[in-house]
Design a protein around this ligand. Structure first.
Ligand code: S3P
Length: 430
C-alpha cells in the first residue's frame, strides 16, 4: 500500500504536458509486431505495467522483444514459429492483455494456461471464450471457462459471423485476431462503434480486412508484414489533466501529442457541450492514427446527459467526467454505461463512494450515475480500489478540495501512467 496525502492546489494550473503513449495502441503494436515476420520498431510505447504483460506473453511464446524505455524492437519469424509456453502466462491486472491474448492463443496449435491478479480474476472472460469456443478452441476454467485462470487448447479454427452482445473493443479484437488464424472469413458485427485500433493496425501490417456498414470482416492470413509503429499519446491519460484545467479556476493548459481517433474523443465532445474552452491544434497522422495538441482554458461549466453511442467513445474517462460534473451547474446524467460495473473495479460504485465522501451530490443507477452540481468538495479519506483510473480521478479531485485528501493507495497508477505525479507537478506551479 502506498498512502498519499494530497494538498489542494492554491494556484491555477498552467503549462504543457507531452502525454505518454496510448495503452490500447501499445498493446496492439506488440501483438501484431510479434505475429508479423520481420523487425517492428515501436516508438513512444507506453512503458507501463499493463503493456509489459503483453511483452512478457510474447516473449514466453519465443518472440525476441527488446525494450529500452519507450522504444521497442520486436524481431519475429512469424506465427508459425511461436513455441508452446512452458509455464503459465501471467496477465497481471491487464484486461486488454487477457482478452486479446486469448484471441491469439485460440488459434495456436498448442496448450497454454493463463492467469491474472485477484482483480482480473474477477472479470468476465466468457465474452471472449464463448465466440472463440464457437470457432473451435477448447477452454477450461471456473464457470465453464468464464473466468481466469484458464487453460487453452488452440488451433484448427473455423471463421464465424458474430454479433457482439457487449460494446467491447477487446472482444471485437480477440475475435479478429483469432479470425486471422481461422479458416475462411470471420465477421464481427458491432451495433455501436468501439475503438478501432485493431482494425487500423491490422491494415498497417498487411491484413485483409474490410468494413461494410457495421460488419468487420477478416480473411485467414498466417503471414503479416512487419512495419514500424509510432504510438500517439493516450487521450485517456490526457483526460485527467483536461478535467483538472476545466475545474481549477483560471487554468490554461496545452497537452501535446494526444491521440484523436474519433472512436476515442467522446470526452472532447462532452467537454465542449459542457461549455469548456477547448481547441485542437497541429493535427497529423501516424500509423493511421490522428493525433494533435489540445489547449484548454477554464470556463464555467453546465450539466449534460451522456448516453448512447458516445459511451464507448469515453468509457474509460467516465470516472473523471463524474468529477467534472460535480463542478457543472445543474444535473448531469450518465446512462448506458453498465460496462463500468466490470472494469478493473465496479467503477460506478467506486466513483459514487469516493465523490460522496468528498461531499459531492451523486447517486448510482444500475447503468450510470446522476450528479448534481455545482458542489464545493471537502477533504477526507478516499480509496483507489486498486483501479488506476479511480486513483488518478481521486488525485485530480484533491486539487479542488477545501482540505487535504488522503488516498489509501496510489500504486495502481503505474498500470497505465507511471509518470502521472511527475507530469502533474509540471503544471501545478507551486
Ligand atoms: C480497451 C477497450 C475497453 C477499455 C479498455 C481498453 C482496448 O475495454 O475500457 O481500457 O484496448 O481494447 P472493453 O473492450 O472491455 O470495453
Amino acid at each position: 500500500m502506498n498512502e498519499v496525502t494530497l494538498q489542494p492546489c492554491t494556484k491555477a494550473i498552467a503549462g504543457e504536458i507531452t502525454i505518454p503513449g496510448d495503452k490500447s495502441i501499445s498493446h496492439r503494436a506488440v501483438i501484431l509486431g510479434s505475429m508479423a515476420k520481420g523487425t517492428t520498431r515501436i516508438t513512444n510505447f507506453l512503458d507501463s505495467e499493463d503493456c509489459k504483460r503483453t511483452i512478457n506473453a510474447f516473449q514466453a511464446l519465443g518472440v525476441s522483444i527488446d525494450k529500452n524505455d519507450t522504444s521497442i524492437l520486436v524481431e519475429s519469424n512469424g506465427i508459425s514459429t511461436f513455441t508452446e509456453p512452458q509455464t503459465p502466462l501471467f496477465f497481471g491486472n491487464s484486461g486488454t492483455t487477457a482478452r486479446l491474448m486469448l484471441g491469439v492463443l485460440a488459434g495456436l496449435p498448442f496448450f497454454s494456461t493463463v492467469y491474472g491478479d485477484p482483480f482480473l480474476t474477477k472479470r468476465p472472460m466468457d465474452r471472449v471464450t464463448i465466440p472463440l469456443q464457437r470457432m473451435g478452441t477448447i477452454f477450461d476454467g471456473r464457470e465453464k471457462g468464464g473466468y481466469l485462470p484458464l487453460s487453452v487448447r488452440g488451433g484448427d479454427l473455423q471463421g464465424i459471423t458474430y454479433a457482439l452482445p457487449v460494446k467491447s473493443a477487446q472482444v471485437k479484437s480477440a475475435i479478429l485476431l483469432a479470425g486471422l488464424l481461422a479458416k475462411g472469413e470471420t465477421t464481427v458485427i458491432e451495433e455501436t462503434p468501439t475503438r478501432n485500433h485493431t482494425e487500423q493496425m491490422l491494415r498497417a501490417f498487411g491484413a485483409d480486412i474490410t468494413i461494410k456498414g457495421n460488419g468487420i470482416t477478416i480473411t485467414s492470413q498466417k503471414h503479416l508484414d512487419a512495419t514500424d509503429v509510432h504510438v500517439p499519446g493516450d487521450i485517456s491519460s490526457a483526460s485527467f489533466f483536461l478535467v483538472a484545467a476545466a475545474i481549477v479556476p483560471g487554468s490554461n493548459l496545452i497537452l501535446r501529442n494526444v491521440g484523436l481517433n474519433k472512436t476515442r474523443t467522446g470526452i472532447i465532445d462532452v467537454l465542449k457541450r459542457m461549455g469548456a474552452n477547448i481547441h485542437i491544434q497541429n493535427q497529423s497522422t501516424t500509423s493511421g492514427e490522428v493525433f494533435g495538441d489540445i489547449e484548454i482554458t477554464y470556463a464555467n461549466l453546465r450539466s449534460t446527459t451522456i448516453e448512447g453511442d458516445v459511451i464507448p467513445r469515453l468509457i474509460d474517462e467516465i470516472p473523471v467526467i463524474a468529477l467534472l460534473a460535480t463542478q457543472a451547474e445543474g444535473t448531469t446524467i450518465i446512462k448506458n454505461a453498465e460496462e463500468l460495473r466490470v472494469k478493473e473495479t465496479d467503477r460506478i460504485a467506486a466513483i459514487v463512494d469516493n465523490l460522496s465522501r468528498l461531499g459531492a451530490r451523486i447517486e448510482a443507477t444500475q447503468d450510470g450515475m446522476i450528479i448534481q452540481g455545482k458542489t464545493v468538495l471537502r477533504g477526507g479519506k478516499i480509496a483507489s480500489y486498486h483501479d488506476h483510473r479511480i486513483a488518478m480521478t481521486n488525485v485530480i479531485a484533491s486539487l479542488i478540495a477545501s482540505e487535504p485528501v488522503i488516498l489509501d493507495d496510489s500504486s495502481s497508477i503505474a498500470i497505465s501512467y507511471p509518470k502521472f505525479f511527475e507530469d502533474l507537478k509540471l503544471i501545478l506551479n507551486e
